[in-house]
Design a protein around this ligand. Structure first.
Ligand SMILES: *[C@@H]1O[C@H](CO)[C@@H](O)[C@H](O)[C@H]1NC(C)=O
Ligand SMILES: *[C@@H]1O[C@H](CO)[C@@H](O)[C@H](O)[C@H]1NC(C)=O
Ligand SMILES: *[C@@H]1O[C@H](CO)[C@@H](O)[C@H](O)[C@H]1NC(C)=O
Ligand SMILES: *[C@@H]1O[C@H](CO)[C@@H](O)[C@H](O)[C@H]1NC(C)=O
Ligand SMILES: *[C@@H]1O[C@H](CO)[C@@H](O)[C@H](O)[C@H]1NC(C)=O
Ligand SMILES: *[C@@H]1O[C@H](CO)[C@@H](O)[C@H](O)[C@H]1NC(C)=O
Ligand SMILES: *[C@@H]1O[C@H](CO)[C@@H](O)[C@H](O)[C@H]1NC(C)=O
Ligand SMILES: *[C@@H]1O[C@H](CO)[C@@H](O)[C@H](O)[C@H]1NC(C)=O
Ligand SMILES: *[C@@H]1O[C@H](CO)[C@@H](O)[C@H](O)[C@H]1NC(C)=O
Length: 829
């Protein structure tokens, strides 16, 4: 007789340390308009500072009011030189910002300036192709599209209408000129580009020591801007070479469907055995999804889907039904073993990408980690340490691995996407608090200055071009709650438009030929077959790497089990069917998970955020890492939390009375049970293993009182090539369901530990020293196990005197002496 598991109702405790802060968040239309206007005023302030003290140099220095450009004395100063090429970078990166924020005089001036400087890129400076591609090329293409393909222009603003009428396409000529200066880096014998070029003198003008390592993001990201440049100009070389590189690298992915982060263009070898979603690889994923959208390209979409699945299996920590947060760790490329205790500030963009690709719940859980960081630091450290293991003596400094914050946009970007997807005023609240920090803390004499050392609060004398071009742009658009900006208007709905990785709106359709490039000169046109790169894939060699040794594999055990044959669902269970959980993830457009709660209250400006059971879980999980730097301890900014403000939940939470509010505004007990990950069998087989989710076949009637296989159960053919996240259920611990685990419950799982399995009697008593503990599967090959559901597998032969795995008479699998609460063997019925 099989019996299912029952979960008790949750019990809750009030969290005493949650304090409330008074702050005004009255998101009335007037108030939101005020916030948007304040953001525009900040943009204007920053822009004017640049024009007055920086222009025509690349940047302005915000503390000292000087212009700033390349370091001509030190070619190795790549931090400064990679983006800045003495090309008026702030202008190029902000033409579309001027349009979006409706700064017509300034736009007109800049168009006039650029038109009389068509040799802008004739500069003896060494730049990074990636930076110039996303900031300059993307900026020019975006402004070109906005000025030449704008049905919205005539309706919205007379000035803009006139500017776009007068526009003759010269920005595309500038873009083409830049493209021709950048593309030689791709014409290597390996098809892996060298990372840098001298704008005037080509690759010959770059010292070879600066060309050694290309990063995956750097080599692949230009594919979007370059392909668009080819399509708009008719010059095919940009698309041809950048696509060749993109598909070559993708076909060189390693066994787990993951790409390393560094490659040497000369030796044609991967240079590391690590991967993540932050610096060096971030926009590879971003652009496979965005290129799929803008070019309607199914191949690109399959790259994103395959990658996201691999990332969920190997990198994602948390993110399951019982988890309040989700972190994508850095892992070894060949074994999927976590190798770092930190995450990148750049990774804060990930939630935005998750929203764009339909993964709203994942996005909320990814975003919440960065939101908590912002609560405590009032910014995101470049690298933040999320775990301190057993170390009990942790200071705020210990969580700051890289100590600067150059006013990066990624957290605001994700907040914008989440607001657009959920319309939850919580995200406006985040925006309002960030706006206030930009008005007070980050504003400088001549622009905005970030933080050079978060441990001390020391300022940074730099305003990167993305501060105006991304950070303030996303903040401004966040407050466009009534969709008044043309980007949010109906006329844009028909375009497959995206924000580039530098926040430039880009799109493409076949009608885009009117104001385009002049006649191409002959040598520009190389003969390329239509999309030859895909047919070449089979010829592209894979590049093997020597594995880096991983320091600590102790937490990561490798268990071998006997094989069983594959199987289909039994005919008698035809009321249920198997589906691929990953396919389902990408086929469904997920709506706001709190939508139902909000609908039921029938109100517009209501937040579902505080009704979420796991809201405070990350405050516990990252308790050691979330400590304010000393100098912030008595910040004037109303306690400085972006999240916990009394006026917000008084006005915008869905709680209709005090009792209801008190039910939600409390925290579960911190979870004390241990989680660990185990590899069962050979990890390289993991991409072939089918983990299915069961759903009812609604065209077959069923008797609900009599079912064994239930919807949301999982089904795995065999216990091989499985990466399993277990939770150890110890008596006295609080588990992931917020239960205090009782002896009785654990013993009930063990009652039948002398069981038999089919013909194979297990006669030996398990030498089990841990009668007080059992295991629970929380995640299996990237698929989260729904609370209360069962993972089913087929019977297997139990081998040896002390078998690794055996089966109890009630069908539960016992692994190395410990019973698994939710893994059962399916014998049929
Ligand atoms: C909050 O609103 C009140 C009244 O509307 C106003 O006096 C006060 O200055 C506001 N506080 C902040 C921090 O904006
Ligand atoms: C926007 O803010 C500025 C500066 O605070 C103010 O002078 C201006 O009147 C505001 N404009 C609107 C439309 O509210
Ligand atoms: C930077 O560019 C400007 C304008 O193109 C030019 O006049 C100036 O000489 C350049 N600076 C250097 C150091 O080459
Ligand atoms: C914690 O660290 C501080 C500073 O390094 C040291 O003075 C103190 O003794 C440490 N405390 C413990 C309990 O290790
Ligand atoms: C944190 O680091 C800063 C910069 O190195 C240092 O000045 C400060 O004393 C450190 N604080 C602690 C508590 O160690
Ligand atoms: C924090 O507040 C205390 C007491 O009000 C004050 O002495 C101290 O200077 C303040 N620290 C900072 C960094 O503002
Ligand atoms: C796991 O064990 C199998 C079989 O013993 C072995 O082939 C494989 O390399 C191991 N994997 C890891 C990650 O250690
Ligand atoms: C669902 O049931 C219908 C009717 O028995 C059957 O034709 C169909 O194949 C089933 N679908 C799946 C996916 O099993
Ligand atoms: C469903 O199963 C229960 C228990 O086996 C039985 O009492 C009931 O009559 C069944 N209902 C139908 C509609 O078959």
């Amino acid at each position: 007789m099989l019996h299912r598991l029952y979960w008790l109702a949750l019990t809750w405790l009030i969290l005493p340390s949650v304090t409330c802060h008074q702050f005004n968040s009255s998101f009335t239309p007037d108030h939101i308009h005020y916030l948007q206007n304040e953001t525009k005023e900040l943009f204007k302030f920053g822009w004017n500072a640049y024009i007055q003290h920086g222009f025509p140099a690349d940047e302005v220095r915000p503390l000292t009011c000087e212009s700033y450009g390349p370091d001509y004395n030190d070619v190795d100063n790549t931090i400064r030189n990679d983006a800045m090429g003495n090309v008026s970078l702030t202008v190029l990166d902000n033409l579309d910002s001027l349009i979006i924020l409706e700064q017509w005089d300034e736009l007109e001036d800049m168009l006039t300036y650029l038109k009389s400087n068509m040799d802008l890129f004739e500069q003896d400076t060494v730049v990074q192709v990636f930076e110039l591609s996303i900031r300059s090329l993307g900026g020019l293409l975006s402004a070109h599209l906005l000025l030449s393909d704008t049905p919205h222009a005539s309706h919205h603003n007379g000035r803009f209408h006139q500017l776009s009428k007068d526009y003759d396409g010269f920005l595309l000529d500038l873009a083409h000129d830049l493209g021709k200066r950048l593309i030689p880096t791709y014409k290597t014998s390996t098809h892996v580009p060298v990372p840098r070029v001298n704008l005037a003198r080509g690759i010959k003008g770059v010292p070879s020591k600066l060309q050694k390592d290309a990063c995956t993001a750097g080599a692949t990201t230009p594919v979007l801007e370059f392909t668009l440049l080819s399509k708009l100009t008719g010059d095919p070389q940009f698309e041809y070479y950048s696509q060749l590189t993109f598909w070559k690298l993708w076909s060189s992915k390693l066994a787990l469907n993951l790409l390393p982060m560094t490659i040497d263009p000369l030796s044609n070898l991967w240079k590391d055995a690590l991967t993540g979603i932050g610096a060096s690889i971030d926009s590879f994923y971003e652009y496979s999804a965005k290129a799929a959208i803008i070019f309607d390209d199914d191949y690109m979409w399959s790259v994103f889907k395959t990658s996201y699945k691999a990332l969920l299996i190997h990198l994602a920590q948390g993110g399951g039904y019982r988890d309040g947060s989700m972190i994508f760790s850095n892992v070894g490329i060949n074994d999927g073993i976590v190798f770092s205790d930190w995450i990148d500030s750049l990774g804060a963009f990930w939630a935005g990408l998750q929203v764009l690709t339909g993964q709203v719940t994942d996005a909320i859980k990814t975003h919440i980690v960065y939101l908590k960081i912002w609560n405590y630091f009032e910014l995101i450290p470049e690298r933040w340490v999320y775990t301190h293991g057993d170390n009990i003596n942790v200071t705020s400094n210990d969580s700051i691995r890289l100590e600067w914050y150059p006013l990066r946009p990624e957290f605001i970007e994700s907040t914008y996407y989440l607001y657009r997807a959920t319309r939850d005023p919580m995200y406006l609240q985040v925006g309002e608090r960030i706006l206030n920090l930009y008005k007070t803390k980050f504003k400088a004499k001549c622009g905005f200055s970030g933080i050079q050392d978060i441990r001390t609060g020391a300022r940074q004398n730099r305003m990167e071009t993305f501060v105006l071009g991304e950070t303030l742009k996303y903040l401004y658009l966040l407050f466009d709650t009534k969709d008044e900006n043309f980007l949010h208007s109906k006329s844009m709905n028909g375009k497959n438009w995206i924000f580039s990785t530098e926040a430039h709106p880009l799109w493409y359709h076949k009608g885009l030929k009117s104001k385009s490039q002049k006649e191409l000169v002959k040598e520009d046109i190389i003969k390329v077959k239509k999309r030859p790169f895909r047919s070449m894939l089979s010829k592209v060699q894979r590049h093997n790497l020597n594995l880096l040794d991983s320091d600590d594999k102790s937490f990561y055990r490798n268990i071998s089990l006997p094989l069983v044959a594959d199987f289909a669902l039994p005919q008698s269970q035809n009321y249920i069917k198997k589906i691929d959980p990953f396919q389902q993830k990408f086929d469904t457009c997920e709506i706001n998970p709190f939508q139902k709660l909000i609908d039921s209250k029938n109100s517009f400006m209501i937040s579902g955020y505080y009704a979420w059971d796991y809201l405070f879980e990350s405050d516990y999980s990252y308790e050691k890492s979330l400590k304010k730097p000393h100098y912030l301890s008595n910040s004037s900014l109303d306690g400085s939390y972006v999240e916990l403000t009394k006026s917000f939940y008084d006005k915008y939470t869905m709680f209709s009375n005090k009792d209801e509010r008190e039910h939600f505004l409390q925290c579960p007990r911190p979870k004390t049970s241990e989680e660990f990950t185990v590899m069962i069998g050979d990890i390289s087989g993991i991409t072939q293993v089918e983990v299915s989710k069961l759903v009812y076949n609604e065209s077959v009637s069923r008797n609900d009182s009599d079912l064994l296989l239930l919807e949301k159960d999982l089904w795995v053919p065999e216990l091989q090539s499985l990466k399993v996240t277990f939770e150890r259920l110890n008596v006295g611990k609080v588990d992931s369901d917020n239960e205090l685990l009782q002896q009785d419950y654990i013993e009930s799982l063990y009652l039948e530990k002398y069981g038999t399995t089919g013909e194979c009697a297990v006669t030996e008593r398990y030498n089990n020293q841990q009668e007080e503990s059992a295991l629970r599967i929380n995640k299996l090959n990237g698929v989260s196990v729904y609370p209360g559901s069962i993972v089913w597998t087929l019977p297997f032969e139990v081998q040896g005197k002390n078998p690794v795995a055996s089966i109890s008479s009630n069908g539960r699998v016992i692994l190395q002496g410990e019973v698994i609460e939710n893994l059962m063997v399916w014998y049929g019925d």
